[in-house]
Write a protein that binds this ligand. Structure first.
Ligand code: SF4
Length: 62
């Protein structure tokens, strides 16, 4: 019997969105997180929880 590797829900959602919209050749559109953040398919059930760019420490409150 083989066991499947465990994947977190967050990792699965990230992978789904990345495979859905990310174009690695469209450098002008930004990183995969930036491209996913720009997704405009608001009818997709994953849209509210899609991955977005991480905040940089320097972007925080002063
Ligand atoms: S939220 Fe956007 S990028 Fe993510 S799966 Fe849905 S349509 Fe694709």
């Amino acid at each position: 019997m083989t066991t499947k590797p465990r994947v977190s829900m967050r990792a699965a959602i990230n992978a789904k969105c990345k495979s859905c919209i990310y174009d690695p050749f469209a450098k002008g559109l930004g990183s995969w997180r930036e491209q996913v953040a720009d997704c405009c398919s608001s009818n997709c059930p994953l849209h509210p929880i899609r991955p977005t760019p991480r905040e940089r420490k320097s972007d925080g409150p002063v």
